[in-house]
Design a protein around this ligand. Structure first.
Ligand SMILES: CC(=O)SCCNC(=O)CCNC(=O)[C@H](O)C(C)(C)COP(=O)(O)OP(=O)(O)OC[C@H]1O[C@@H](n2cnc3c(N)ncnc32)[C@H](O)[C@@H]1OP(=O)(O)O
Length: 208
């Protein structure tokens, strides 16, 4: 099945390598503004998102939104579904995924990540390289668990929340939607929606 990757930055390159490792789709190229004609790992940037309806008509059935911005990824994902694209999940063959885990549409699970027993990754979320989400986690739509994070059991992460690289989260913690947890943090108490925290233990961050 033909697939287009929306985005052409670092995350998009890694996603292409996931599909190459899987051999599951024929990736036709990338969609990105102002990059027409550029090559990314040997595949072309085909144009900007105005091209997507035409590609769909020409037989590209699937798309993967490879954009790091969580809100934008969710918005573009919805638009692609409305255009009739399928949004397959991309799970690297080296990831360890429990047979009782559930993985939503458009989810990306990078190399060496671990998805624990009865954990749910909701649509368009990212579990990045080497991140571990243990048993009974719920990771919200378009959330991003960055490389090397470790979420213990029964953790809830809200929609569009970013858990920064290398963060640890204590068991049973609930984190609201649209939260940013800074790199290298330790989350040891629940976090309300829409906040920005960092450090060990994680505390609210000042805006500079
Ligand atoms: C493959 C991939 O690359 S996936 C990418 C995943 N992305 C990430 O993990 C990025 C996570 N981002 C961060 O940690 C960022 O530092 C942010 C978003 C928390 C803050 O970034 P900015 O808004 O640029 O904040 P800025 O650098 O100006 O710092 C503001 C204050 O917060 C502090 N701060 C920033 N990050 C952290 C952190 N991770 N932990 C503790 N304190 C922090 C700064 O020291 C500064 O404090 P001060 O005002 O007392 O000096």
């Amino acid at each position: 099945m033909k697939l287009v990757i929306v985005g052409a930055g670092g995350h998009a390159k890694v996603v292409l390598e996931v599909f190459r490792a899987l051999g599951s789709h024929d990736v036709v190229g990338f969609i990105a503004p102002d990059m027409l004609g550029a090559q990314v790992l040997g595949l072309p940037v085909l144009g900007d998102d105005t091209l997507l309806p035409r590609l769909r008509k020409e037989g590209v059935q699937a798309a993967l939104v490879a954009l790091g911005n969580n809100r934008l990824r969710q918005r573009i994902g919805r638009q692609l579904q409305e255009m009739g694209y399928l949004l397959p999940a991309a799970v690297h063959p080296s990831a360890l995924v429990s047979p009782s885990a559930r993985i939503g549409q458009g989810v990306v699970v990078m190399a060496r990540a671990v998805v624990g027993t009865e954990t749910v990754l909701q649509e368009l979320s990212i579990l990045n390289t080497g991140a571990v989400v243990d048993h009974d986690n719920s990771i919200g739509a378009a959330a991003h668990i960055a490389p090397g994070c470790a979420l213990a059991g029964n953790v809830v992460v809200g929609d569009r929340t970013l858990i920064g690289v290398g963060t640890a989260v204590r068991p049973g913690i609930q984190i609201g939607g649209d939260v940013i947890v800074g790199a290298g943090s330790a989350v040891v108490s629940n976090l309300e929606a829409d906040c920005r925290v960092g450090g060990t233990p994680a505390k609210p961050l000042r805006n500079r």
